[in-house]
Design a protein around this ligand. Sequence first.
Ligand code: PGA
Length: 251
Amino acid sequence: MRKKIVAGNWKMNTTVPEGVALAEAVVEKSAQVPEGVGLVIATPFTHLVPVAGVVKGTRVQLSAENCADKEKGAYTGEVSAAMLASAGCEYTILGHSERRQYYGETDAILVEKVKLALANGLDVIYCVGENLDQREAGKHFEVVTAQIENVLFGLTAEEMAKIVVAYEPVWAIGTGKTATAEQAQEIHACIRKVLAGKFGAQVADDTTILYGGSCKPSNAKELFACPDIDGGLIGGAALKADDFIQIALSF
Ligand code: PGA
């Protein structure tokens, strides 16, 4: 049985004290959420060490939002996967559309990042998703399939067990426009089929696939009721502990 997960992606929001307070509120409210639902919070780099102290020994798991594509050395301003693991992270998000769009992350770069994250014991929340033009041109299946093939097809089945896929249509991120449950389900089913073709039915069946893009308490239930949607990657609504927990109660 694959894991259900609700992961908060804080992006570039909150100061360190605000982030610590938000993490404390999430931990405090996490008891309401059934044990079978994994809770992950992805914070800015500056917040990881203090937030690791807050979540230590609780059910809330810590994630970074990105990591470097190089192991270590003269790469000013970068943060390596080894550093993230040593800071207390269990996950990192990789390939978020904002990284692809604003920071030029290509699938080739992401291959390196995924490799380094896994080598350092991190699980990866790997994001895929089409933009509005691609959706309107009917290319969404093709775009998402290529993002999966280009970055994940070099992995072994064992490595694939450490990957959570997040489908986030770019046109739905932070826009208030959510994909309909049908639109999300058909892409999730496609992703699972693509994974089955490469890694076999069992691996595909065991892979957690999250939906992201304006997911909130009012629409999470309908999305999470879909057979191939195993939870959410939550941006804006993860900045309020009550909303985040409410979403985690939507299975
Ligand atoms: P949103 O962001 O929930 O604010 O749309 C989701 C994401 O980008 O991970």
